[in-house]
Design a binder for this molecule. Structure first.
Ligand code: NA7
Length: 544
């Protein structure tokens, strides 16, 4: 297989995180294509290159938060802790990049500013910030789901005389909090990881909470030699489990219903799960995310834990004032999060009832006029999730159609992989795929494999253009909605799964909640049936 024409690339991949790295490996080393990866960061790692905030750690367990496609790579790398910390994940990804010799085809410090489809030439033209244009037949966005920082537009930020940081754009040299009055906005998974670590350094930490959140202890710690050996010996089984489970984790969701056990038995089950720690808490009963009354049993247990841990009753009440079902928003896990509110240098401010009105030169003012003097503000305010990173690429498809216009009322994809009007453009973990509801590397590997197989098919069959059939997209969007509505997930009205955290963003439930195992089968079936639901245009017709 030779490139479309001299000087052109076969494929451009945007992003060099887990997704872009594996896609490069597949397209270059298995298919023999000419590929270039464009990466805005100065190194590989994506999420793990940017998110260097204190306490940054993955909530997936380390033996599942890595590539699983190669038994050799899987067994060669040894993780040190139950949950890998950001620097360790970054070291791992650099190690993989070196092992697979990926860096020679990655251009770092290269931000993509526009991607435009040229129908006459059947090519994608990709422009970079430096003003350069590269062309390729296939364009693959591996830009991640949580990579566009959401810094809320609170008036006055430009006049703040202290320092401020967003957790997803953290300075490489770190931030010294000692002797400082720190204000942290946001209590999602990130904020919950950062609070205990910042509190240890800051003179005072004030946490501004808009939405109270559940959290289960992570129970992090060093991995025993015994466990490491077990992981190496059980690679095949661990992988098989991750491929089949609804969320790509190495644990199964138990078959029993919450109502199959007595109240005392349920309490014992929750206690044991609390002691064990981690995201497995939600795997105790099959109906926790389906049946509100079942979910209430978990929610009540977790709220009681907060009141038990936090000594000041007023703070405890604010922390336990949670109005969404457990795990209907991404459930955080933590190390000493609630315990940290017992420290004398930590306070909690509710900004739901009394919102932040403006940032002043010296701190932050609430609606009722209360002033909070601050030296440092930490925005743990999340991301313009899923669509944000894609829209920022300024993608223009057939007939001048901009992706932003195509998605004006929310994202519409077929399988989260392709969009009508954007031929030969693929998204890894795009909206409409399980992505953020799944252990990410598992999802990424499935997508990159599917895309590589698909491109191999297009080339073998002499197919010039591929894009979805509008009817297939309609069916898929309906199915994505049905899958979400079969769960309690849409009941968290302020969740980023719905785009609700970004003012003005269309409220559409974006990830596919039907389960990774099922999704994998559906994608495989589509491919087996000759890419059913996609329009494949032969080379002669396309270039005529
Ligand atoms: P999240 O989960 O979106 O959390 C962001 C937090 O910031 C959340 O508590 C928000 O409250 C809060 N927030 C956002 N904007 C504001 C304003 N304007 N005022 C006050 N509070 C605000 O992001 P994370 O980074 O924690 O986690 C993202 C994912 O990364 C995580 O789920 C894992 O998958 C990894 P809200 O809930 O919107 O009321």
């Amino acid at each position: 297989a030779s490139p479309a024409r001299a000087g052109d690339l076969d494929a451009i991949v945007i992003g060099a995180g887990f997704a872009g790295m594996y896609q490069l490996h597949l397209l270059r080393d298995r298919l023999g294509l000419k590929v270039r990866v464009l990466e805005q960061g100065g190194g590989v790692g994506g999420t793990w290159y940017w998110n260097r905030y204190p306490g940054a750690r993955c909530d997936s367990e380390s033996h599942s938060y890595c590539y699983s496609f190669s038994e050799e790579l899987y067994k060669e790398w040894e993780w040190t802790e139950r949950y890998p910390e950001q620097p360790e994940i970054l070291r791992y990804l650099n190690w993989v990049a070196d092992r697979l010799d990926l860096k020679r085809d990655i251009r770092f410090d290269t931000r993509v500013t526009a991607c435009t489809y040229d129908a006459a030439a059947n090519l994608w033209r990709v422009t970079t910030e430096a003003g350069e244009t590269l062309t390729a037949t296939y364009l693959i966005a591996a830009v991640g789901c949580l990579s566009t920082a959401n810094v809320p537009k609170i008036p006055g930020l430009e006049d703040f005389q202290g320092r401020w940081y967003h957790t997803g754009q953290w300075p490489h040299e770190g931030v010294d909090f000692s002797g400082s009055r720190v204000g942290q906005i946001g209590t999602g998974s990130t904020g919950i990881q950062a609070v205990p670590v910042i509190a240890e350094q800051a003179q005072h930490l004030t946490v501004f909470q808009r939405t109270a959140n559940y959290s289960v202890p992570a129970r992090n710690g060093p991995l025993s030699e015994e466990f490491k050996a077990w992981v190496r010996d059980n690679y095949a089984d661990i992988r098989a489990t991750m491929l089949e489970t609804p969320n790509g984790h190495p644990f199964r969701i138990l078959e029993r219903s919450c109502w199959d056990v007595t109240d005392e038995e349920r309490k014992r089950i929750y206690e044991a799960a609390w002691e064990k720690g981690g995201l497995q808490f939600r795997a105790n009963f099959r109906d926790l995310l389906m049946d509100k009354a079942a979910n209430d049993t978990a929610a009540d247990f977790l709220k009681a834990k907060i009141r038990e841990i936090v000594k000041d009753p007023e703070t405890a009440a604010k922390l336990a004032d949670i109005d969404h079902p457990y795990a209907a928003k991404r459930p955080p896990i933590d190390t000493n999060y609630f315990e940290t509110y017992n420290r004398p240098n930590v306070s909690l401010v509710d900004v739901r009832s009394n919102p932040i009105e403006r940032i002043t030169p010296t701190g932050l003012r609430l609606r009722d006029g209360t002033e909070h003097p601050l030296d440092i503000i930490v925005f743990a305010t999340g991301f313009d999730a899923m669509t944000g990173p894609l829209l920022r690429l300024n993608v223009t498809g057939r007939d001048g159609l901009a992706l932003g216009d195509a998605w004006a009322e929310g994202p519409r994809t077929y399988l989260g992989l392709q969009v009508v009007g954007f031929p030969n453009f693929f998204t890894i973990t795009g909206p409409g795929s399980p992505s953020v509801l799944c252990n990410m590397p598992i999802c990424i590997e499935q997508h990159a494999d599917w895309i590589a197989d698909c491109i191999a098919h297009l080339r073998a069959k002499g197919i010039a253009r591929m894009e979805p059939d509008p009817a297939a997209v309609e069916r898929w969007v309906t199915h994505v909605n049905e899958a979400a509505n079969a769960t309690l997930l849409p009941q968290a009205g302020h969740s980023w799964y719905l785009g609700a955290n970004v003012p003005g963003k269309p409220r559409v439930f974006m990830p596919y909640a039907g389960g990774m195992g099922r999704y994998r089968r559906l994608c495989a079936e589509v491919a087996e049936k000759g890419y059913e639901g996609f329009r494949l245009e032969a080379r002669e017709a396309a270039t005529a």
